[in-house]
Design a protein around this ligand. Sequence first.
Ligand code: GLV
Ligand code: MN
Ligand code: MN
Length: 425
Amino acid sequence: MSAQAPPAGAAPAGAPLADARRALRRCDELAGLSASAQGVERVHLSPEHARANALAAGWMGELGMRTWSDQAGNQWGRLEGRAPGLPALVLGSHLDTVPDAGRYDGVLGVVSALEVVRRLAPRAASLPFALEVVAFSDEEGTRFSTALLGSSAVAGAWREEWWERTDRDGVSVREAAERFGLDPSRVHEAARRPEDLVGYLELHIEQGPLLEAADRPLGVVTSIAGARRFTARVLGEARHAGGTPYPRRRDALVGAAEVVLAVERLAVEADGIATVGRLQAHPGGVNVVPGLVELSLDVRAEHDEDRDALVERISEHAQRSCAARRLTFELTETHTAAGVRCDEELQASVVAGIAATGDGAPLRTWSRAGHDAMAVAAITPVAMLFVRCADGISHAPQESVTLEDVAHGIDAFEAAVLDVARRRG
Ligand code: GLV
Ligand code: MN
Ligand code: MN
């Protein structure tokens, strides 16, 4: 812990905790907008997504922001600066979730951005930019197995083939968009022009254990790793579980199990990260040798070249080990994002923001998790601020943050915005 870092859990000096309390209450409120009664699940273009956008739009409206939702399902709010129509500094994150999610991934960034706007609204007339808040519609890729759909549309990087992607029920992105009230032929209208933007700042929970280990509430993100995601298929032959002798079996699940183990081993060897998060055996009968297994694969590393080399190694190994069992291995890419470096000047503003909360030499880390900032970086400089989360747990219901850390986060976020304003004069 640095000499300047506030002690873990200490109340932020002079800052009221009321804003953090409201932010956390709103995280709870959003958690109630879920497709599942047991946990939180709010996916792209779902009825819960529409309700979350409406709730966020209401909060934006209360702050005097002009609100709109774009043709990719993102919710926006805008407060003018010292003159109407100035380029905007955008603050935001996402409101969609993974299945059985926690309450803070993405959501904390949106509600904290609103607290920053609440604080700055009385002096908006002196800001050299407009302040915008965006709640992105799809960061996780839970529903259509391709991530960053909302922020990619904003970056003007929408791909036509995405329309035909389907969810587990066979509903395509196009159908889901139309049911949501969007017009697919107008998705390009969601794209923002670089000249209308000053930059993008995102506050997010760390989703890892580094801040906790360093006993610090906040950290600065230096770069964001780009994930590649795949659907893999192991093809064998479905046959009677009792009547088929071992030499005649072509068991796709046993082959897939070897692939899963190799994925972990190869990733550890390469200092990368690779995960099989979903696996389905077909036909799924207790007395049938599995003839087909579908599995997901998510691969990451600090540098894209290392990640791509790991993908190659996994693919070659899986082809070989499956062939040895007379199985076929197929790998189809469903998502790819290039790793992104955070902008040096905006990072300096985040450092200044954290310094204002008492930590003059904040922890710097690259993000193993993906973020909307990666897509937005194609059109404007981006930077990110991490808030400690308990035990580094995320993408699980146990996700947890403290009131004090969130208060520090909002303070630092506000101070970072003011630092950007100071630099722009
Ligand atoms: C998003 O949370 C990701 O990194 O998968
Ligand atoms: Mn996430
Ligand atoms: Mn997230």
